[in-house]
Design a protein around this ligand. Structure first.
Ligand SMILES: Cc1cc2nc3c(=O)[nH]c(=O)nc-3n(C[C@H](O)[C@H](O)[C@H](O)COP(=O)(O)OP(=O)(O)OC[C@H]3O[C@@H](n4cnc5c(N)ncnc54)[C@H](O)[C@@H]3O)c2cc1C
Length: 441
């Protein structure tokens, strides 16, 4: 019998970690290449696998929500990211947020402990031969990015993303803020900074006139809508932030019993509760300007920043032209891509794509055909979506529920309906897993 080839996985981020975990658990040897810490990306701060570079939230956790369904599917697929997330969850209302350090440490330890994973601390500079999963993310090192570009015969495609600042809890004026989750859903998890209209106006004016950090090539029009810098959002008009991160509805101030004019929310960032991030405040302002402008928020007058927000380049490929829904490239079936490079957007979506790509890479190594996940599951819908939709407009979280907007409009109790859709998707995934993915080796 021919020996089973070893699979290369490049990048131990969210997608690469899941891919390596699934390939190894299917009995196939893995060579996992990760360049950190010898070479860092502009946004990563540690050498741990699956580092969360911005928010510590993995978003909604309820089944009635597409992000929640995706998580449920990942749990069903024995996701290492979901296992670690549950072990290291921190209070976040209806969302799932984690202690970023212990979360990544658990994933690193779990993968390192697998006997059939060889970890190679090296930057890969060109696409290797053999079955390979490329999961180098939005900050793929330049030489490999060039090699991918050459392979794809594509122009450089990119847009920009930004990360939010992190603050120490001790430096927040607790007399001015209050603990509450929107509509009191879940436990009271957020610190809320209430603003009067006059305070909002001062803050708004300072924000739209604040100085941005320099970035080569950067245009405001290049940002990804889902992670838009707060100052870019503010420049769209005075009302925009009030319908976005500063939305006050469901956040009545217990001191007054009234809804403030605007509310800035702070979310716990570590298990100890010593650190908080400013929700929706990804930013590209100069660091001094972040300190000056964000200190105008009531409660943050003397706040201490442990990390300022940053802007970065974000590389992605034209998946509709280049990939199949199995995450294989059209030109080279033994070359897979996973993670944000493919156009999926977000931590959890990247990890989910790593499950599908990893499962298929292992199948190929075992002499089995790669498979397309059912399109009524989130994982299948995502793969279908990125291979049929322009990556720059990709909104994977809407892929499942968004396909039936008219139907949705007619449904009064969306939540109940969505839960039923999710339950069907999970049942289909179970059948698919039992009938198609079960491999005896
Ligand atoms: C600044 C920033 C803010 C973000 N904010 C959010 C957010 O708030 N919420 C959210 O859901 N998503 C956010 N994202 C997106 C999120 O990072 C990605 O969705 C997710 O991390 C992508 O997973 P990935 O596995 O594709 O890439 P990553 O998690 O970035 O992993 C890629 C890995 O590949 C390694 N690598 C790169 N090149 C090479 C090479 N040549 N050789 C070897 N190793 C290499 C890197 O070191 C890294 O470990 C943000 C991204 C960035 C960069």
């Amino acid at each position: 019998m021919a020996s089973i080839p070893t699979v290369n996985v490049i990048g131990a981020g969210l997608a690469g970690s899941e891919a390596a975990w699934h390939i190894a658990n299917m009995g196939v040897n893995v060579r996992l290449y990760e360049m950190r810490p010898s070479k860092m990306t502009p946004a990563h701060h540690t050498e741990q696998f699956a580092e969360l570079v911005c928010t510590n939230s993995l978003r909604a956790n309820q089944l009635a929500n597409a992000a929640g369904l995706l998580k449920a599917e990942m749990r069903q697929m024995d996701s290492i990211v979901m296992q670690a997330a549950e072990h290291h969850a921190v209070p976040a209302g209806g969302a799932l947020a984690v202690d970023r350090d212990t979360f990544s440490a658990e994933i690193t330890a779990a993968i390192t402990a697998l006997p059939n994973v060889e970890i190679i601390n090296e930057e890969i500079t060109s696409l290797p031969d053999g079955i390979t999963v490329v999961a180098t993310g939005p900050l793929t090192a330049a030489s490999l990015a060039k090699s991918i570009q050459a392979f794809n015969d594509e122009d450089d495609l990119h847009f920009f993303d930004a990360a939010a600042p992190i603050l120490t809890k001790d430096s927040i004026d607790m007399d001015k803020v209050y603990l509450k989750s929107r509509y009191d859903r879940g436990e009271a998890a957020y610190l809320n900074c209430p603003m009067t209209e006059a305070e909002f106006d001062v803050f708004y004016d300072a924000l739209i006139h604040a100085e941005m950090a320099e970035a080569h090539d950067f245009e405001n029009s290049d940002v990804f809508e889902g992670c838009m810098p707060i100052e870019v959002m503010a420049q769209r008009g005075r009302q925009t932030m009030l319908f976005g991160p500063l939305k006050p509805v469901g956040l009545e101030d217990p001191k007054t019993g009234k809804q403030p004019f605007a509310v800035v929310q702070l979310r716990q960032d570590d298990a100890a509760g010593d650190l908080y991030n400013i929700v929706g405040f990804q930013t590209h302002l100069k660091w001094g300007e972040q300190k000056r402008v964000f200190s105008l928020i009531p409660g943050l007058e003397n706040v201490e920043f442990v990390r300022y927000g940053v802007m970065h380049r974000n590389t992605f490929m034209k998946s509709p032209k280049l990939l199949t829904p199995t995450y294989q490239t059209q030109q080279r079936p033994d070359l897979f891509f996973a993670g944000q490079m493919t156009g999926v957007e977000g931590y959890i979506e990247s990890a989910a794509s790593g499950i599908v790509a990893g499962t298929n890479a292992a199948r190929l190594a075992l002499g089995l055909e790669p498979v397309v996940f059912p399109t009524d599951t989130m994982m299948g819908a995502m793969a279908h979506y990125i291979t049929h939709t322009s990556a720059s407009n990709f909104q994977p979280m809407n892929a499942n529920f968004g396909i039936m907007p008219k139907l949705k409009q007619r449904i009064r109790d969306k939540r109940e309906r969505n839960t039923a859709i999710s339950e069907r998707a999970l049942a289909d995934l179970t059948t698919f897993k039992d009938e198609t993915l079960t491999v005896n080796n």
